[in-house]
Design a protein around this ligand. Sequence first.
Ligand SMILES: [Zn+2]
Ligand SMILES: [Zn+2]
Length: 255
Amino acid sequence: MRLGFLGTGTAIPSATRGASGYVLEAEGDVLLLECGPGSTRRWPAMGLDFARIGAVLCSHHHVDHCGDLAALLFGRNVAPEVHEGLVLAGPTGHGRLIDRLQEAFGDGVRHDDLQVVELDEGGALALAGFAIEARAMAHPRRNADEAPALGFRIERGGRRLAFSGDSGACDALVELCRGVDLALLECSYPAGRESSRHLNAATVAQVARDAGVRRLVLTHIYPEADRVDLESEVRAAGYEGELTIASDGLWLGVE
Ligand SMILES: [Zn+2]
Ligand SMILES: [Zn+2]
């Protein structure tokens, strides 16, 4: 399978990094991971269209990860060709989010063939031919209305990928990353900025070391993390495996 980067940034507008969006592709199957604002704009440059995308999986309901769902549903109405039976998957409350979008935007975002699936801690399902397992991450909710943030382990043809979504350092994230071929982890901040909600260059290195990660890819990079030499900071914190700082438009093989 291969992994493409539609957006490697955050909610802060950046000239070089869009909000969260990734794509997994294998044998013609396409799974979108996150649907942050502006990520649909990047589809054509990455060879994507409505006819190809079979499922969209969101980690949590912060707008930088799901803000383009309404745009996706609206665009699907006027697209010349669509993938029948599009699946929208996300954490508890995903169905309510889609219902509310439909309440707000009306018939323009309704589709008879849409399937909405909710996942919780320990949940597993197959999406567009990819096997997904969900774990609850350390990304505390700001209010009781928010769904818990999930991280995912994704497997296809014996290849395994871990994705943190948004998370601080926690045991569940280390477990998620054990034995995978590629760990796609958020690295919001430089090493000096501590946070329980997000990783920084030092805590991401520690998680990767604890999990024995051999190939680490960093994303969800705030502008302040872009202003430092992230690679040097991750190395200084003791991670010695393969390291990639993701950029918008990049494709990586997961082998
Ligand atoms: Zn978040
Ligand atoms: Zn985020």
